[in-house]
Ligand binder design. Structure first.
Ligand code: TYD
Length: 342
């Protein structure tokens, strides 16, 4: 298959590009705007691959998308391009509406015009909103609560409308919190690992008892690939790891793996509108013959090792644009924060 992966220089996108290239029948074009979290260093091992092409461009620009689809005769689109960090969506909501909503709208329309055979929208379990009890099913009403999740929900609705209105073969995956190598260190797990490696405090929002279901990026990409091949057009598929944990437990496990003291944990001012819990019902995906394979503690340990062994990768990021973001987000919080009792 000739596949366009958008946002292929990002965290999930880069793992997906590599995975798709490992199958001999796939040709992959990566369209990425290379904004702050897009990083071609995530793909140095496949940069010269004969079945891979990189196109520098923005999914919001129709002509760029049209040209990429036509020039490379692409048959499928996987849309990984997105602004994804909730905290940044609180600081700058409009950039989320632009990339996540407008970008998806442009991509859908150009893909439809080009007669693309499969369009997979990579979405998130956050569109269901905070789920205090139970598990969100694919047909549940969506109830996003942050500018990030609202933008992703907008994109999902547009994608569904293309199936209903035009019969355009759209698939939607809603993955849970993903972790693994190459994740930009603004996200909770890589932030905790890299801070701990530097003996810096680990900031836990609120009481640290918020819950997420952690999904290995390898499982997440495996599921996306599986849905692209076997999913029923017009359908939504939840992807969970089956690893629901409190944030505090995750931070403690990281410190334990690194042999660092629990006193590095700081409870800091909460995120506004912080969703208490995400949890997805994942019974639909196994009907297609897919299930996650990476146990959380194993995947987390491997991720900790990856960051330990790839200091140059994350230090370069942490010394750049990230630094002013970090100060804006955490300086006051950490000053006012309190230590961990355990
Ligand atoms: P995050 O990685 O931002 O993913 P999301 O908010 O999309 O689930 O955060 C995961 C959890 O960790 C979430 O409950 C917020 C919390 N968190 C902290 O406690 N401190 C932090 O510094 C960050 C970035 C997140």
């Amino acid at each position: 298959m000739r596949i366009l992966v958008t946002g292929g220089a990002g965290f999930i996108g880069a793992h997906l590009v590599r995975r798709l290239l490992a199958k001999e029948h796939n040709h992959v074009v990566n369209l990425d705007a290379l904004r702050y979290s897009g990083n071609l260093e995530n793909l140095t091992d496949v940069a010269g691959h004969p079945r891979y092409r990189f196109v520098h461009g923005d999914i919001c620009e129709s002509r760029t998308v049209e040209k990429a689809l036509k020039e490379h005769g692409l048959e499928a689109v996987i849309n990984c391009a997105a602004e994804t960090h909730v905290d940044r969506s609180i600081l700058d909501p409009n950039s989320f509406a632009r990339t996540d909503v407008i970008g998806t709208a442009v991509l859908l329309e150009e893909a439809r015009k080009a007669g693309v055979a499969r369009f997979l929208q990579v979405s998130t379990d956050e569109v269901y909103g905070s789920v205090e009890t139970g598990w969100s099913k694919e047909d549940d009403a969506i109830a996003p609560r942050s500018p990030y999740s609202a933008s992703k929900a907008g994109a999902d609705l547009l994608a569904q409308s293309y199936w209903t209105t035009f019969g355009f073969p759209v698939l939607i995956t809603r993955g849970s919190n993903t972790y693994g190598p190459n994740q930009y260190p603004e996200k909770f797990i890589p932030l905790c690992i890299t801070n701990a490696l530097d003996d810096q405090p680990l900031p836990l929002y609120g009481d640290g008892r918020y819950r997420r279901d952690w999904l290995s990026v390898f499982d997440h990409c495996g599921a996306i690939e599986h849905v692209l091949r076997h999913g029923a057009p017009g359908s939504i598929y939840n992807i969970g790891g089956g690893n629901e944990r409190e944030n505090l437990t995750v931070a403690e496990t990281i410190l334990k793996y690194l042999g660092k003291p629990m006193s590095l944990i700081r409870f800091v001012q909460d995120r506004p509108g912080h969703d208490r819990r995400y949890a997805v019902d994942c019974s639909r995906l196994p009907t297609l013959g897919w299930a996650p394979t990476v146990p959380f503690e194993e995947g987390l340990r491997a991720t900790v090792d990856w960051y330990r062994n790839h200091e140059a990768w994350w230090r370069k990021i942490k010394s750049g644009e990230f630094r002013s973001y970090y100060e804006r987000m955490y300086q006051q919080r950490l000053k006012d924060g309190t230590g961990c009792a355990s």
